[in-house]
Design a protein around this ligand. Structure first.
Ligand code: AHG
Ligand code: MN
Ligand code: MN
Length: 339
């Protein structure tokens, strides 16, 4: 039997290479992953345990919450707040940063998360996930909102867990991207996808076409050319996928390439895109760029954005290097023509 590398072994072996590494990060990650195993179990049991459907409440985003949005948020907080490794948390589901209860020690890490991504799919049994981002904060200090508003290139770790046909963890700590599959028999994540790399070219795009009338010209141009296929300027046919679960679209692109666009939306300048910078775009951008892909708003690198607020939305375009660079060039041409 081939030697199986567990997530714990993988992280400890990676830590050995980091001079100032303490075991704290390994313990934090183990708590985080335990929460995701608990979420996987709830998601998998679904209707059997009455967790589907709407909670009939709204979150800070003004979105109606699913019962599982709230359940998964609570699982994440309860798995991390007592650990002594975390100084504070930020969640898609709660307006302000979550402080560590005073009876627990405050650690040096800040954890930001989307506890259930793609939740519009939960009632139709499609893949959903959990996305997390880890920043180094100020040890022993109750963090202010400002402590969370750090650029994506300051993340020390980013990952997501897919609750799909398999439960999978995709993780980066800045040394490449690795995928782990949950072995349900032993409850361990096993290394199955080493050093994932995104193909630089691909003929598959992911976008919600129903928003076409609200896109800027460079995005319209790029998509029109893909749809024109081999008779058009690209001289080849393209395919389209749209799962409406960012985690699923990211995982597909990590595996076989492609380009994902949730672009600038002309409807409301205060909502320049749908996806949230701090706990969707930033962690995914860290992963995608570590795998050789490119991530942009169309005009600037996602990881260089100085955040203004925790729930800030951004246009998010990422994927195969050569395709995303083409989209960026269309934005540059459009802007320099003074449009
Ligand atoms: P969430 O369920 O955490 O709100 O995220 C949903 C996001 C993302 O997962 C997906 O790419 C996008 O919303 C889909 O948006 P549309 O439903 O507008 O296509
Ligand atoms: Mn989400
Ligand atoms: Mn969510």
């Amino acid at each position: 039997m081939s030697e199986q590398v567990t997530l714990t072994q993988f992280i400890i072996e990676q830590q050995r290479g980091l001079p100032d590494a303490s075991g704290t990060f390994t313990l934090l990650l183990n708590n985080l992953v335990t929460a995701c195993k608990q979420i996987s179990h709830r998601v998998n049991r679904g209707a059997l345990i009455g967790v589907l459907g709407s909670a009939e409440t709204e979150n800070v985003q003004g979105e109606v919450q699913k019962k599982l949005d709230i359940i998964t948020h609570e699982i994440m907080v309860k798995a991390l707040d007592w650990s002594g490794h975390v100084g504070g948390m930020a969640s898609e589901e709660i307006d302000d940063p979550i402080q560590i209860p005073k009876q627990y020690p405050k650690g040096k890490y800040l954890v930001l998360f989307d506890p259930l991504d793609g939740s519009s799919n939960i009632d139709i049994n499609l893949t959903v996930g959990t996305i997390f981002s880890i920043l180094r904060g100020r040890e022993g200090v109750a963090p202010e909102t400002e402590d969370f508003l750090r650029k994506g290139n300051e993340q020390v770790c980013a990952g997501f867990v897919l609750y799909g046909p398999s439960t999978m963890l995709v993780l980066t700590t800045g040394n490449g991207v690795n995928g782990f599959t949950l072995d349900q028999d032993i409850g361990e994540f096993i290394l199955t996808h080493c050093n994932m790399k995104i193909p630089e070219d691909n003929t598959e795009f992911a976008i919600n076409m129903s928003n076409q009338r609200f896109w800027e010209a460079p995005v319209k141009q790029y998509i029109d050319e893909c749809v024109a296929g081999e008779d058009g300027p690209r001289g080849k046919n393209f395919n389209m996928r749209w799962v409406a679960s960012l985690v699923a679209d990211v995982y597909r692109i990590l595996n076989r390439g492609g380009v994902f666009l949730y672009p600038y939306d002309l409807r409301d300048p205060s909502r320049p895109g749908k996806l949230r910078l701090m706990y969707e775009a930033n962690p995914m951008a860290f992963i995608i760029e570590q795998a050789g892909g490119v991530c942009t708003t169309g005009r600037e690198s996602i990881l260089d954005i100085k955040p203004k607020n925790i729930h800030q939305r951004v246009p998010f375009i990422f994927g195969s290097k050569n395709e995303v660079e083409r989209v960026i060039s269309y934005h540059r041409q459009h802007d320099s023509a003074g449009n």
